[in-house]
Write a protein that binds this ligand. Structure first.
Ligand code: HEC
Length: 134
């Protein structure tokens, strides 16, 4: 069965329209990712832009390389980016739970020439989220 990844569909539209404005990549309401491991999340979600080798790409937009990336040294930086997005980097906070965010951040920080050993925990991700409405 062919399962369409809605992110990749909208990312393709984003590239097709040549637009690089924030907020153009959006998810269907209520959509959440099923993948659990950092590797499967990376392969299904992140590599569409950052590429399988994490070297990034330049074309309709610029997707930074995550290879040997000194900006991953502080685990809260990638955690915030994945949760809240920035520029053409989508907001994943609504489509991933705390554990998924932690898993994919820990994956990129320990692969692609990165060897940071301190782990981001789901509790730390939770603390970055805005307080829940009562
Ligand atoms: C639709 C394309 C797209 C997808 C999908 C995407 N990113 Fe990004 N990412 C970007 C762009 C564009 C930037 C640069 C943002 C900026 O600073 O303007 C970025 C920046 C980053 C950075 C900062 C790198 C640095 O050196 O500053 C990290 C870390 C990152 N992304 C991780 C991820 C992870 C993990 C995923 C999967 C959960 C992901 N990205 C999915 C487009 C994407």
């Amino acid at each position: 069965m062919i399962k369409l990844n809605p992110l990749l569909v909208s990312a393709a539209l984003l590239i097709a329209s040549g637009s690089a404005f924030a907020g153009d990549v959006s998810f269907s309401r209520g959509y959440t990712f099923e993948e659990r491991s950092g590797q499967s999340i990376y392969e299904n979600v992140c590599q569409g832009c950052h590429m399988a080798d994490a070297k990034g790409a330049t074309g309709a937009g610029t997707y930074p390389s995550l290879v040997a990336d000194p900006r991953l040294a502080a685990k809260m930086y990638p955690a915030m980016l994945v949760l809240k997005g920035q520029g053409a980097m989508p907001v994943f906070g609504d489509v991933m739970d705390d554990e998924q965010v932690a898993n994919v951040v820990n994956y990129i920080r320990s692969h692609f020439g990165n060897a940071y050993t301190d782990k981001l925990t789901p509790a730390e991700v939770a603390a970055l989220r805005p307080p829940k409405k009562p």
